[in-house]
Design a protein around this ligand. Structure first.
Ligand code: MCN
Ligand code: CUM
Length: 801
């Protein structure tokens, strides 16, 4: 393919000439990324800009006896040193978290995790700022830490959050879903029950770009501008206004190009607040950028769910009920990002893709001396944990019944005629054809052949072959405003569309891409509705001064919510265009029909397509001296706010094939087949890219990743030497399949997909490894299945039969 000609057919990627709407096309934003012309926070350089650095706690739990910053203040080039005490004087030492808890911006009383923010130095350059950190003297009195969540509620456990009045322990919340009595009753009578404890370990989204901010407070105009890689610029602005008392219209949050978010850039971090305070204090712009270790140690982690799953079933493999108990480690501050009514995120969909009579789950959240977070890393608000649990449990049941895991799933999948399907915990799945997706995946991987090869290997010896299946359903696109909000802000999204006189358009949306390609796909949505080229639609996002209010990009909500808003605002423009066209054609609007041909979109008199006007002609007329009918405003601009009626429920069937070396425990992923159904695909190439990324995440979590701590709370994975990211070396050549079951309530039938593969793939990999280990009597082992873990699992059990 000719790399300089993006409109030519590219046989390698399958991208074709720019479509007039949906279809494969190269990402518009790639031109600047590939040429090094992206503009990230660290690229922002303002005249007179100062630099900040954060002093962090070396202890996981310690009382602060004193902080002496005088030597740092006296250091040449230092402009200000901000401590917890400074902030306390401004009532800013604590800030609200997205879960309604508070978090220390800079510690005043105690430090509660290793890496916690203690002081902030502002200096002429970043090196001076870092040097000066070493001159700050903090006197700590170390306290016993709580590291293991299972010990957090023990009698006599140190109380981490003694800042909260009346707090006597580390308990945060209890939450339950489903019907306990009904579930217990089924368990009592069931022919077969299985139970399994499992940990979904603490992992980290680890985006290539770390967090950072440039804050610029203009003392003359009173305007504060903050550049930071946030996934939710409008929510940040409103929170700054509410917390700091700054007038909201005087705050501008700009999220420029973002080098990956994966959920880790939803919240507000202490560094952002410190940069703002630093700018207000010095009257100059302040930049703060964290390094890799700071990112890994202090920003939003993911998972850390200790789960016990139980299934009740008939002897012939019909699943009747499922019961779950979870202990959730939320770290030192409850900072998870999730809708207010869902303290355990959307874990409530733990019945997965199966038609189950009854279900019940209990989740208990606790504090430990670790960094806050919990909802990040493409989790769809904890659906990662829910899918992992139910998909591991299905394999445990298959093991118990000596049943084939594919057949067991097929027997229990929700049938297509059951949609819309209400789950036992009250979620309404919008649409699906699950058996078709699973059948396609099994056909693609040639399942029977693999099982035959496995039987042969087990007979003849050699590397162990494992085949793992995972079937997932997600709930994405939060959410209906009456059920879902973040800190009281409803989860609806605005969109504005302007069509200029020559027919070129500008779309303004509230969501914010971190690499998902919105500048392309959202232009494609407008293009499909108006019959124009996506190249003629500019997408503006990530700047609160330029875009309408909305809650941002996470939980794969951009396409389900902002994408729907985009289709609807384009339809509004199209309807306005109908009225203008009617005036141009001297016809009644009711007599006009809309059509899109290769030449573009046009309104024409019914039955005579040649007697029509193109959208570009109509746009010019709408701005001209054409006399418009009474009540029809000129121009072709429109605005809308979209409040989704329901979530969208994408799903998929994944099969992973692994070879395991019994001598070393080394796992090699031989093949990975992923059949995804995210409804109508706007840009199949971008969808496939999203899936590729998520599958790599799954291999990372299943085989390599873990945020480990020693018993003193020292972080053992604060660099990429210890915290491992999957590379092409660990990934097979992905084999993708698709089915299309449109969402019945989304204007273009699309469902979200950005997190699907991260959610669905870890269970497939783990199931595959454990399937390989089955002859050794190993029923379960926790992630990450590193060679050492696999090897010890092999040693702890009977010799191969
Ligand atoms: N898309 C499509 N057709 C569909 C569904 C989606 O063409 N039926 C396109 C969308 O238009 C968009 C992309 O696929 O360009 C992802 O869309 P969507 O599923 O709506 O997800 P979001 O855009 O809301 O992205 C958020 C999601 C989340 S929550 C995480 S976490 C994650 C993910 O996206 N973080 C990412 N994928 C990521 N990809 C990159 N490169 N970087 C991240 O930080
Ligand atoms: Cu849970 S990670 Mo994404 O929702 O930004």
């Amino acid at each position: 393919a000719n790399a300089t000609d993006t409109t030519a057919t590219d046989t390698e990627t399958g991208a074709t000439a720019t479509p007039m709407g949906f279809g494969r096309m190269h990402r518009k934003e790639d031109a600047r990324f590939i040429r090094g012309r992206g503009n990230y926070v660290d690229d922002v350089r303002l005249p007179g800009m100062l630099h900040g650095a954060i002093l962090r706690s070396p202890h996981a739990h310690a009382r602060i006896l004193s902080v002496d910053a005088s030597a740092a203040e006296a250091h040449p080039g230092v402009k200000a040193v901000i401590t917890g005490e400074t902030l306390a004087g401004m009532d800013l030492a604590w800030m609200p978290t997205l879960s309604g808890d508070v978090q220390a911006v800079l510690a005043t009383d105690k430090v509660r995790f290793q890496g916690q923010e203690v002081a902030f130095v502002v200096a002429e350059d970043p090196y001076t700022a870092r040097d000066a950190l070493e001159l700050i003297e903090v006197d700590y009195e170390p306290l016993e830490p709580v590291i293991d969540a299972r010990r957090a509620l023990d009698e006599g456990a140190p109380v981490i959050r003694d800042d909260v009045e009346g707090r006597t322990g580390n308990h945060i919340f209890d939450w339950e879903a489903g019907d306990r009595e009904q579930t217990d009753a089924i368990f009592e009578r069931a022919e077969v029950t299985v139970a399994q404890d499992m940990l979904y370990p603490r992992v980290h989204p680890a985006p290539l770009e770390t967090c950072g901010a440039v804050a610029d407070f203009d003392r003359v105009t009173g305007k504060l501008t903050v550049w930071c890689p946030t996934q939710a610029p409008h929510a940040h602005r409103t929170l700054y206004a509410l917390v700091a008392g700054l007038p909201e219209h005087k705050i501008r949050v700009i999220s420029p190009d973002v080098g990956g978010g994966f959920g880790g850039k939803v919240g507000i971090y202490p560094g952002y607040v410190c940069a703002i305070v630093g700018s207000i204090a010095t009257g100059r712009p302040v930049k703060w950028m964290e390094d890799r270790s700071e990112n890994l140690m202090s920003t939003a982690f993911a998972r850390d769910y200790h789960m016990r799953g139980e299934i009740a079933a008939t002897r012939d493999g019909k699943v009747l009920a499922i019961r779950v108990k979870v202990l959730a480690d939320h770290g030192a501050f409850n900072g998870t990002a999730q809708p207010t009514k869902f303290p355990a995120g959307f874990f409530g969909v733990f019945t997965g893709s199966y038609d189950i009579r009854a279900a019940h789950c209990e989740v208990t959240g606790v504090h430990t001396n670790k960094a806050p977070g919990g909802v990040a890393y493409a989790c769809s608000f904890r659906i990662t944990e829910a899918v992992y649990l139910v998909e591991r449990m299905m394999d445990v049941l298959a093991c118990e019944l000596d049943a084939d895991p594919a057949e067991l799933r097929m027997k229990n999948l929700i049938r297509p005629e059951r949609f819309p399907y209400t789950s036992p915990t009250g979620w309404e799945y919008d649409s699906g054809d699950y058996p078709r997706a699973l059948r396609l995946a099994l056909d693609m991987v040639e399942y029977d052949k693999l099982r035959a090869e496995q039987a042969e290997r087990r007979r003849d010896g050699g590397p162990l072959l494992g085949i793992g299946i995972s079937f997932f359903t997600e709930a994405v696109g939060a959410g209906p405003r009456k059920h879902m909000d973040i800190l009281g802000l409803g989860m609806a999204d605005g969109a504005e569309l302007r069509v200029h006189p020559t027919g070129k358009a500008v779309l303004r949306v509230s969501c914010q891409s971190q690499g998902q390609g919105h500048e392309t796909t959202f232009a494609q949505i407008v293009a499909a509705e108006l019959g124009v080229s996506p190249d003629d639609v500019e997408v503006v996002h990530g700047d609160t001064d330029q875009t309408p209010f909305g809650l941002g990009t996470y939980g794969s909500r951009s396409t389900p919510v902002s994408g729907a808003a985009t289709a609807i605002v384009a339809r509004k423009v199209r309807e306005r265009a109908r009225l203008v066209a009617a005036a141009m054609l001297e016809a009644s609007p009711d007599d006009l029909e809309w059509s899109v041909s290769e030449a573009g979109g046009r309104w024409s008199v019914q039955g005579s397509a040649e007697h029509g006007r193109t959208i570009q002609e109509i746009a010019m007329a709408a701005h001209s001296n054409l006399e418009l009918p009474e009540g029809v405003e000129g121009h072709l601009d429109a605005v809308t706010v979209y409040n989704p009626p329901n979530l969208t429920y994408p799903f998929g069937a994944y099969v992973c094939v692994v070879d395991v070396d019994p001598g070393t425990g080394q796992v090699k992923v031989r093949r990975f087949v992923a059949v995804d159904d995210c409804g109508v695909r706007i840009n199949p190439m971008i969808v496939e890219g999203q899936i590729h990324g998520g599958l790599a995440d799954g291999i990372g979590m299943a085989l390599m990743q873990l945020m480990a701590f020693d018993e003193d709370g020292n972080h053992l994975g604060a660099s990429f030497m210890d915290y491992l990211l999957p590379t092409s070396m660990e990934c097979p050549s992905w084999e993708l399949g698709e089915t299309v079951t449109p969402s019945p309530h989304h204007p273009v039938g699309a469902k979200g997909v950005g997190e699907s593969a991260t959610v669905g793939s870890p269970a497939a990999v783990v199931n595959a490894v454990l399937d390989a280990l089955r002859p050794y009597g190993v029923r379960h082992a926790d992630m990450p299945l590193t060679p050492a873990n696999v090897w010890s699992a092999l040693q702890g059990t009977p010799i191969r039969t």
